[in-house]
Ligand binder design. Structure first.
Ligand SMILES: NC(=O)c1ccc[n+]([C@@H]2O[C@H](COP(=O)([O-])OP(=O)(O)OC[C@H]3O[C@@H](n4cnc5c(N)ncnc54)[C@H](OP(=O)(O)O)[C@@H]3O)[C@@H](O)[C@H]2O)c1
Length: 321
């Protein structure tokens, strides 16, 4: 039997109807709310200039946290800084990085690891959806880079700094969309060069890759006081899809948006996951908003996670540590 078939049967046997039902039920729930303040702590967040990231930045600022936002637009960052600093009397700094460019991800990761201040919460939020494939300068699939490799490189380069701090939380804004790769990753074709491109599959593969990497990062941070978790932010209103063509934008505006929930449920959840004492020792878990959920079987495949880890190090020109 070929390797793809083997994977199919392995995962097929692990799927359970009860888990699918749980996922549907979790989609109806509201997030738990954390009312603890976060004064003088530092949130580092990617993609704070719109949608969930913007609401999350405001939520943390409203609870007293300083912000360091990693955005690609200088103009939007200046506006955000002015709005946050005048509205909440906290500091809102920013670093500019296009997280679709490997060299810029490395550069921003280096800046973060050189920060003298502790990073209390790091939220990987920046993301996009595409219906047509775009390649990066390195010839990588753009979705794979923004939605997976950016968090991989930043987390990897922050391992030592966060361990030295002895306390930090990483939260990755993942997605139920990881289920769009139901039979696992094509480790021999992560960039969709040998297969027909599908926006949903590319998105699902990148989110699945991020969940697999979480397993290894959880091990690396074991007993260090640093936790790493991932979440699905609900299906909420945002600017997602703005990089697609007019047909998609019409569909989103006139049909999809009518079924979406308010954005604040995602930011409330990201605050709870980053701050609540209930999760002090919780690591390596997937949450639907704030409800712990079992992700799809390919996301718990440890052997696959290890293989992906080695491939990712090579793709990003990182040395094993
Ligand atoms: N909305 C949902 O229902 C939903 C569901 C599941 C998962 N998610 C996840 O939630 C996250 C946030 O998405 P959203 O829905 O809030 O979308 P959004 O409104 O489009 O926000 C995306 C953010 O990411 C930034 N970004 C995109 N490409 C970037 C790049 N190359 N470099 C740096 N920043 C970049 C955007 O910057 P600009 O402002 O410059 O464009 C923006 O700040 C994504 O990871 C998405 O997959 C969302």
């Amino acid at each position: 039997m070929g390797a793809r078939n083997q994977k199919f049967w392995k995962y097929y046997k692990q799927y359970e109807v009860a888990q699918m039902k749980a996922m549907m039920n979790n989609g109806q729930k509201d997030p738990l709310i954390c009312t603890d303040r976060f004064d003088n702590k530092l949130l580092v967040i990617t993609g704070a200039t719109s949608g969930i990231g913007y609401h999350t930045a405001k939520k943390y600022a409203s609870m007293g946290a300083d912000l360091l936002c990693i955005n690609r637009s200088e103009e939007k960052s200046i506006q955000l800084k002015a709005e946050i600093e005048s509205g909440y009397q906290v500091k809102c700094d920013y670093l500019i990085a296009d997280l679709g460019k490997i060299n810029e991800i490395h550069a921003v990761a280096d800046q973060l690891s050189a920060l003298e201040r502790d990073i209390d919460v790091l939220i990987h939020n920046a993301g996009l959806t595409l219906s047509k494939q775009q390649l990066t300068d390195e010839g990588y699939d753009l979705i794979f880079v923004v939605q997976y490799l950016a968090s991989f490189i930043i987390n990897y380069k922050l391992i030592e700094k966060l361990k030295v701090q002895e306390s930090a939380r990483i939260v990755m804004n993942n997605s139920e969309g990881h289920r769009f790769a139901p039979w696992g990753l094509h480790l021999d074709d992560l960039q969709f060069k040998k297969r027909r491109y599908s926006g949903l599959k590319a998105y699902g593969s990148a989110k699945l890759a991020q969940l697999l990497s979480m397993q290894i990062f959880r091990e690396k941070f074991e007993s260090s006081g640093v936790t790493i978790n991932a979440m699905h932010p609900g299906a909420v209103k945002s600017d997602t899809g703005k990089d697609n063509g007019p047909l998609y934008k019409w569909y989103k505006r006139n049909i999809l948006d009518k079924f979406l929930r308010p954005t604040h449920i995602a930011s409330d959840a990201l605050y709870y996951l980053g701050v609540s004492k209930d999760l002090e020792n919780t690591s390596g878990k997937f949450f639907h908003l704030t409800t712990e959920e079992i992700p799809a079987p390919p996301a718990w495949d440890v052997a696959e996670a290890k293989k992906l880890w080695d491939i990712s190090l090579e793709l990003c020109n990182l040395k094993a540590q």
